[in-house]
Write a protein that binds this ligand. Structure first.
Ligand code: PGA
Length: 240
């Protein structure tokens, strides 16, 4: 929940000025829903995709205040973030509701970016692997391997989001490898390899390359550092 109409369009124009397209890196931006139209217009014809930050699991109907997958598709979205820790912690999102939203996203030709991650308390009590596995199993229940192949999973330790405290590359890679293993059990080796597992949580230009060079870290979900064109472009360059 950042920026305003003019500043978000200006940010996207500034990003497009400094981003260097690379065949090996796919880039998307996920603005607040009210700015999807303007940001989408600014991105038209560029190599950058549009995504949303959440959606409802039902297509149309009496759900005042909600936004459906069909509406996001209508606005040109390709991606939708689901189960972000702020949705889970502040707005009652559960693995069950994320699972319903994933099905609705695919039904509307949207690629879900499904977020999982442990709290600091859970990490300190040694529960990280169990918490993340339980979120993955619960959120992805009902998903078949054909659809899962295009899925994006974002591992975002809650204690690293917006705190400036990044997981070390070793800490992140350890969890990413566990996620890849679990995805292999759920969907088979080939599908698990094609699922992109992003790391999120205080990704910045100065830590992006080290994180992204880990074998199971396929991309980044960037919050604060995406609010400035130069720092976002520097992260994309690190990925390339
Ligand atoms: P951050 O946010 O990069 O500012 O930590 C990440 C997120 O909100 O997913």
């Amino acid at each position: 929940m950042n920026m305003r109409r003019d500043s978000s369009a200006a940010l996207v124009h500034a990003m497009l000025d400094v981003l260097v397209p690379s065949e090996s890196v796919e880039v998307a931006v996920c603005p607040p829903a009210v700015y999807l139209h303007d940001v989408g217009a600014a991105l038209r014809g560029s190599h950058v995709s549009l995504g949303a930050q959440d959606m409802h699991s039902t297509d149309d109907g009496a759900f005042t205040g909600e936004i459906s997958g069909g509406m996001l598709n209508d606005l040109g979205c390709r991606y939708v973030i689901l189960g972000h820790s702020e949705r889970r912690q502040l707005f009652g999102e559960t693995d069950a509701s994320v699972s319903e939203k994933i099905a609705a996203a695919y039904a509307n030709d949207l690629v879900p970016i499904v977020c999982v991650g442990e709290t600091l308390e859970q990490r300190e009590s040694g529960a990280t692997a169990d918490v993340v596995a339980s979120q993955i199993r619960g959120s992805l229940s009902g998903l078949d391997a054909a659809r899962a192949a295009t899925l994006v999973v974002a591992y975002e330790p809650v204690w690293a989001i917006g705190t400036g405290r990044t997981a070390t590359p070793e800490q992140a890679e350890e969890v990413h490898a566990q996620i890849r293993q679990l995805l292999t059990e759920l969907f088979g080796e080939a599908t698990a390899q094609s699922i992109r597992i992003q790391y999120g949580g205080s990704v910045k230009p100065d830590n992006a390359q080290e994180l992204l060079s880990q074998p199971n870290i396929d991309g980044a979900l960037v919050g604060g550092a995406s609010l400035k064109a130069d720092s976002f472009a520097a992260i994309v360059a690190a990925a390339a």
